[in-house]
Design a protein around this ligand. Structure first.
Ligand SMILES: Cc1ncc(C[n+]2csc(CCOP(=O)(O)OP(=O)(O)O)c2C)c(N)n1
Ligand SMILES: [Mg+2]
Length: 625
């Protein structure tokens, strides 16, 4: 909720006062409260316990989008939120409708995404009686929300809704659940509309959003930079959330410190910038992993000693990150010899996974702005030439790369397409070509799997909110609905879901939403007929034994199954299949030119592995690259 969304008085002198409206039904008060919070769109699927609210929505200026599954609606709300920074709003009825929202709530929690999830609830007199479609949603979601409400008094509705948006969007954003019993929806009362000051005053324990980094601590950072020889900026989603990308660029350029981001931080620093070391972690850029933790002789087995070849960072500026294990691998070996400075708005992240020598609570944009002012006053500026020479050497030695693996013949589903002289398409090529055709300007969403990592590696991102992916929870099925939400938020942008065949199928029903709601998001299915990422782990750790990772029809392995062209045709969404390298570019151009939703089914081999790869819990010495 923007601060202006709640009515403010125009006269400076007079204190803003809450206003009292005429008597209304609870459901109408609720919808008006959503309007006052600045809600433009809600992804909502009705049922007995929420249909009253839908009745009110039919009279509202809020756009109500009917997804074809609550999970699709809630991922779409996340896509909207990630593309805008405003809270996404989704709603389901009690019981199964509500539990279908749980995955997105968990997802929003792990990725600090502002989400307001509204659930209908059975009448208060029925709560606790095992009523039809009764689920205790406050209980179910307790560990995965920033806050939750069960509305028990109609007079609380305006305050609860305003608080929910403020909590979801401010400080470290996250999901807020509002559980709304049916009988309260049906009652009548005169709403008392709060002003912003009332909301803030009522949340006295919630001080983080206004927190500013300590002056002394910021000065100490400047001193640490002066002493460092090998500094690295490790930046996360906090840069994007706090709107600090511009300040970060200024800071990196002024100090000449190289930047790597997390998956959530992608777009927070332009990846085409000479100081960029792309993103780090399990499938991240080898130079970034080495720059943080040092380069080691590659070992085959974790029982072997770690033999260091080159030093990593002696100063790690960790800004808006949470030392996620997919980034750090084995915590103790991550940046083992560096001084760690950690700035975050959420103090609970400090010293949770990794001890920081200097832990600072504060809003990042504010902190970076003040750091930039301090840097501007410095007389000597270090430029770290030896360190940059080392990083350039690493970049030359280990760029993201792929080669034609030769075992393509193993992919049964490609055999019917074998033609002399025809080249197949590798997944990396598709993203590389998409990057060229869109000039790096599209908003990209993804499912979860190999295609997600390829999408991170082969598209170069340059602005915040450009890469929308389920990073923390890793929820398959996220990509297409998230693309719908992002496209609703940004109709001016080309929005492309780079998806896997397994992930796309998990919310395939949202093709109907795209068609009926005229949402022109595009999807590319990198169709390898497998749960590719699990296959990769099978290849690495189980001798390639397949444990239910084949997605085609085992009785007919030589055909691609299902036939997405037929699937999409039945939803009246244009779709084509492309198999040969020579046809790829034109097919992508047709997809991008489409004014409606469009699916491109790209058949690829399943034999590709995503590299680099640091196996879970291991170290940079175990990186396969
Ligand atoms: C909902 C859910 N179920 C299971 C998984 C475990 N998982 C991670 S990646 C993956 C394979 C995804 O396959 P696909 O979407 O086809 O992508 P690919 O790896 O083939 O590119 C699976 C099953 C998950 N992340 N999410
Ligand atoms: Mg797949």
């Amino acid at each position: 909720m923007s601060k202006t969304a709640i009515k403010k008085t125009t006269k400076k002198a007079a204190a803003p006062k809450s206003e009292v409206g005429k008597a209304m039904f609870g459901r109408d008060i609720f919808v008006e409260a959503l309007e006052r919070a600045g809600v433009e769109v809600i992804f909502a699927y009705p049922g007995g316990a929420s249909m009253e609210i839908h009745q009110s929505l039919t009279k509202s200026k809020i756009r109500t989008i009917l997804p074809r599954h609550e999970q699709g609606g809630s991922f779409a709300a996340e896509g909207y939120a990630r593309a805008t920074g405003k809270a996404g709003v989704c709603m389901g009825t009690s019981g199964p409708g509500a539990t279908n929202l749980v995955t997105a709530i968990a997802d929003a929690y792990l990725d600090s995404c502002p989400l307001v999830a509204i659930t209908g609830q059975v009448a208060q007199s029925m709560i606790g009686r095992g009523a039809f479609q009764e689920t205790d949603m406050v209980g179910v979601t307790m560990p995965i929300v920033k806050h939750s409400y069960l509305i028990t008094d109609i007079n609380d509705i305006p305050r609860i809704v305003a608080e929910a948006f403020y909590l979801a969007e401010s400080g470290r954003p996250g999901p807020v659940v509002i559980d709304f019993p049916k009988n309260v929806q049906q009652q009548k009362a005169q709403p008392k509309w709060p002003v912003f000051a009332d909301i803030k005053a009522g949340l006295r324990g919630y001080t983080q959003p206004d927190h500013r980094a300590d002056d002394l601590a910021l000065n100490e950072i400047i001193g640490l930079i002066e002493k460092a020889e090998r500094p690295v900026l490790y930046c996360g989603g906090g840069i994007i959330t706090s709107g600090a990308a511009e300040e970060l660029k200024k800071f990196a350029e002024a100090t000449n410190i190289p930047v790597t981001t997390t998956l959530m931080g992608i777009g927070g620093f332009p990846e085409t910038h000479p100081l960029s070391m792309r993103w780090l972690g399990m499938h991240g850029y080898a130079p970034a992993n080495w720059a943080v933790s040092g380069e080691f002789k590659q070992r085959k087995d974790p029982s072997e000693p770690m033999v260091k070849l080159k030093d990593g960072a002696d100063l790690l500026l960790a800004f808006g990150v949470r030392f996620d294990d997919r980034v750090t691998g084995k915590f103790e070996e991550f940046c083992k010899n560096g001084t760690i400075v950690h700035i975050d708005i959420d103090p609970s992240e400090h010293n949770k996974n990794k001890k920081a020598q200097l832990a600072i609570v504060g809003d990042l944009r504010d902190a970076l702005k003040r750091l930039n002012a301090l840097v501007a006053k410095r007389t000597t500026a270090k430029k770290f030439p030896a360190w940059h020479a080392q990083i350039t050497e690493w970049k030359t030695k280990a760029p993201f790369r792929f080669t034609n693996p030769g075992q393509i013949i193993d992919s049964d589903h490609l055999k019917p397409y074998n033609k002399p002289g025809e080249e197949y398409i590798l997944p990396q090529m598709v993203i590389d070509e998409l990057y060229n055709l869109t000039k790096g300007d599209a908003i990209i969403t993804t499912g979860v799997g190999q295609h997600q990592m390829f999408a991170g590696q082969w598209y170069k991102y340059k602005f915040p909110r450009q890469f929308i992916t389920s990073a923390g929870l890793g929820s398959m099925g996220y990509g297409f609905p998230a693309a719908l939400g992002a496209k609703v938020a940004r109709p001016d942008k080309q929005v492309v879901d780079i998806d896997g065949d397994g992930s796309f199928l998990m919310n395939v029903q949202e093709l109907a939403t795209a068609k009926v709601e005229h949402i022109a998001a595009k999807a590319i299915i990198l169709n390898n007929q497998h749960l590719g990422m699990v296959v990769q782990w099978e290849d690495n750790f189980f001798g390639g034994n397949r444990g239910h990772t084949y997605l085609g029809d085992p009785s007919d392995r030589q055909h691609v199954y299902p036939d997405y062209v037929k699937v999409c045709t039945s939803f009246d969404v244009p779709c084509e299949r492309v198999v040969y390298r020579k046809d790829l570019r034109a097919a992508l151009e047709r997809m991008l030119a489409s004014e409606t939703a469009y699916v491109l089914d790209v058949v690829t081999p399943y034999t590709e592995h995503v590299l680099p790869f640091i196996p879970a819990g291991r170290t940079v010495a175990d990186m396969i690259w």
